[in-house]
Ligand binder design. Sequence first.
Ligand code: NAP
Length: 344
Amino acid sequence: MSLPEVLVNEAHLDQVLTDPSPRLVDFISRVSSPLVLLGAGGKMGPTLAVLAQKAARAAGHKLEVLTVSRFRNPDARAWLESQGIRTLSCDLLDARAVAELPDAGNVIYLVGQKFGTRQSPAMTWAMNTLVPDRVAQRYGGTRMVALSTANVYPLSPVALGGSVETDALTPLGEYPNAAVGRERILEFHAQQQHTPLALLRLSYAVDLRYGVIRDLARSVALGQALDLTTGYFHCIWQGDANEMILRSLSLARSPAEAWNLCHPQVVGVRETAEQLGALLGRKPQFVGTESTTALLANPARICAELGPPAVSMETLVRWTADWERRGGRYLDKPTHFATRDGQY
Ligand SMILES: NC(=O)c1ccc[n+]([C@@H]2O[C@H](COP(=O)([O-])OP(=O)(O)OC[C@H]3O[C@@H](n4cnc5c(N)ncnc54)[C@H](OP(=O)(O)O)[C@@H]3O)[C@@H](O)[C@H]2O)c1
C-alpha cells in the first residue's frame, strides 16, 4: 500500500486511517455478520468501524457493522452515520440494556475508562469490570477481540525490549489494576462459556489528532520542557492498530490468549523530539535523564502471526510534524505517557 508524503486535512487523515489493505480485504470475507463494536464512540471506534465496512465492500462481502456506545460525543455518531454505519446508543453498565443487544457474529470490545480515575476510582473499576461481566454474559460463545492495554504490566528494564505476555500482571495504580480486572473477568467468562477470545494489550495508538507523538510535537512547538525520565515508549499508527484488531479475530481462541499490540520499535523520547524539532524548526527542551525502566510491551508474537505494522516511526514523525505545522486539529486528550506511578 503506498503511503502519502503528508496528510493534508482531516478528510485525508480519515481516508488513510480507513483504507483497508489487501490482507484485510481477504480476511474480512470470512467474518460473519453482524460485526458488533462495543464502546465505538471513543477515539478508535469510529475509524475502526469504517475500516471494517470499507474492507467488506471491497471484498464484495455483506457485513453489517453495528456500533454501540453511549455516544457522549455526538460528532462521532454523526460521522459514523454519514458513512452508512448503524449506531445504537446503549449504556453498557445497564444490565437490562445489554441483555437486549442484538445477536452478533463477531464482537470487538473497546470499552474502557482510564482518565479521571484519580477523581473517581469507583467509576473506573465499574467500567472496567462490571461492563465486561455484563457483555461477556450477553455474548458468551461469540468470537470476541477485546482491547486491553500495556498498562497491565509494571515498568520493565528498557534493555529487555518490553514485557512479554507471560510476565506477571503486577502494575502500580488503580487504572492499571482495573485493566487487569477487565482482562480477568473476560477470561473467566470465556473459560466458562468456551468463548473464543483474544485480549489485545495495546500500547499508544497514534492518530495525528492525539497520541504520544502528537503530544511530543506540541511540547516541542510550544517550547515546553520534556521530562526524559520516561525516556522510551511503544506506539502504533491507529490505522495499523485497527487493521490488526480486526485481523486478530483469527487469534480468538478458547482458552483465551493475550497479545501485545504495537509497532516493534522501541521509540526514544529524546530522539523523537529532536527529529520533530528539526522538522518544526524548534530546539526541544529537556529536563532529567532517561530511567533504565519504562512501560514497554514486546509485540513479537502478534507480529509473527499477523505481520508487522505497515507505517514506520519515521513516517509517523514526518506526518505529525507536518500536521502540527499546519495547525491540524488536536483533541487535547494528552496521553500522560510519562506517568510512572499508574495514577491517571
Ligand atoms: N487509544 C489508545 O492509545 C489506547 C492505548 C491502549 C489501550 N487502549 C484501549 O483500547 C480501547 C479503545 O481505545 P479508545 O482510545 O477508543 O478508548 P476511548 O476513547 O476511551 O473509547 C472507549 C469508549 O467506550 C465507551 N464507553 C465507556 N463506557 C461505556 C458504557 N458504560 N457504555 C457504552 N460505552 C461506553 C465510551 O464512549 P461513549 O462515551 O460514546 O459511551 C468511550 O469513548 C480502550 O478501552 C483502551 O483500554 C487504547
